[in-house]
Design a protein around this ligand. Structure first.
Ligand code: COA
Length: 350
């Protein structure tokens, strides 16, 4: 027997199912597997194929949800689906994780918890999208629900205090075996995380201590920003071995978008490096990173009296940023950089 493999782990449930050539689901497993999807999914795929006397070569295609939803969960089903589709050279179909929650025959407001009092929300009816997937404040979601009393509520809505209709995720995935959901470049397919809209300034930035797992992302920002970027090894040394260094990252929607690296020695501190991803500059992230550094300086037992730094003479945005933060241009260090450019030495007292 030939069939399609259907996968979803974008929410708390793990769904592994098989559909026949007519897109009808003939076997499925579905159970809560929060944070266990990665260990369970491949085992469940093998089990359901064995149970139906099917070999992987009997698969006609793979259908998976692509997000939005749990950051790791979305990546698990998509990575497994992409790998199988690529290895077997069969089509990959990708569906919105919200679309597969719908009750299909009725207009459905499909929701999942995006944390920080926000929801992922999409509205679907019979496979048609009535409202594109987006991140919404929960208060706006409640208003939308009130304005559409005839619409079904779908998803795990306990975080909003609602009970929702049970979704037929596997059946909905099977309905996505069509040209609209066909992924033409399976290896290039990316999960949909639905970043907040950066342009309207409505996004939440978290500043936290840098972790070893952040280093590749930080190295990428270094490389994209500076003429002589620190290598991964140099950054790892700063993070793991330099006893006087302080390193923080700014994170937006699970993505490292900026960092600060500084040193505190007795009564002075120095900014070694600060950078924010280009597309997110001038939105207050530099302020947050510098603010965290100042907080650290102020919490030291030894009184930290001033912060120093060197900045390229030509780097006018950074000079403006530091001036805004009450740094004063004290002197010029001639030919300070490898390429012969002068550095402006700036100091701010605390
Ligand atoms: N032009 C003029 N002023 C600027 C500016 C620019 N391009 N960028 C920032 N500022 C000033 C503004 O006064 C701004 O306040 P405002 O938004 O109320 O006007 C203030 O700095 C804070 O800006 P913020 O949005 O928090 O800064 P940022 O997130 O863009 O980060 C840098 C600032 C310097 C870290 C960022 O521009 C960057 O990554 N630059 C490339 C790397 C770099 O040069 N690092 C410094 C090496 S010494």
């Amino acid at each position: 027997m030939k069939g399609y493999l259907l996968l979803d782990s974008s929410q708390t449930l793990l769904v592994v199912a098989l559909a026949n050539e007519n897109k009808v689901v003939f076997d499925e497993v579905s159970y809560p597997a929060w944070q266990r999807q990665s260990e369970r999914m491949v085992l469940e795929i093998d089990a359901i194929l064995n149970k139906n006397n099917m070999d992987r070569l009997d698969l006609l295609g793979v259908v998976a949800s692509k997000g939005p939803g749990s950051y790791t969960g979305v990546r698990i089903s998509m990575t497994i689906a992409k790998t199988i589709a690529f290895a077997l050279n069969v089509p990959l179909y990708l569906a919105s994780s919200l679309e597969v929650l719908s009750v299909y025959d009725k207009p459905s407001i499909c929701l999942s918890n995006a944390r920080s009092k926000r929801s992922y929300m999409g509205v679907y009816h019979q496979g048609k999208c009535l409202k594109e997937d987006s991140i919404e404040e929960n208060v706006d979601v409640l208003t939308y629900i009130n304005e559409h009393p005839d619409y079904e509520l779908c998803g795990d809505l306990s975080y909003l205090g609602f009970q929702a209709k049970e979704a037929g995720i596997a059946a909905n995935l099977a309905k996505c075996i069509d040209d609209n959901h066909l992924c033409t470049e399976p290896l290039g397919a990316k999960p949909v995380y639905l970043k907040d809209n950066y342009d309207d300034g409505k996004f939440k930035t978290i500043v936290r201590k840098m972790l070893p797992s952040d280093l590749p992302a930080v190295a990428e920002i270094e490389k994209a920003t500076f003429a002589n970027p620190y290598t991964l090894d140099q950054l790892a040394y700063e993070l793991n071995e330099n006893p006087v260094s302080g390193m923080y990252v700014a994170v937006v929607d699970h993505e490292v978008v900026g960092f600060i690296d500084f040193m505190i020695t007795f009564n002075s501190s120095t900014i070694v490096q600060i950078a924010v991803k280009e597309e997110l500059r001038h939105k207050g992230i530099g302020n947050l990173l510098l603010g965290q550094m100042i907080k650290d300086c102020e919490s030291k037992e030894d009184i930290v009296e001033f912060i120093t730094l060197e900045v390229r003479e030509s780097n006018l945005p950074a000079r403006a940023f530091y001036k805004k933060h009450r740094f004063q241009e004290v002197t010029v260090k001639k030919q300070y950089y490898d390429d012969g450019e002068d550095a402006i030495y700036m100091v701010r007292s605390l």
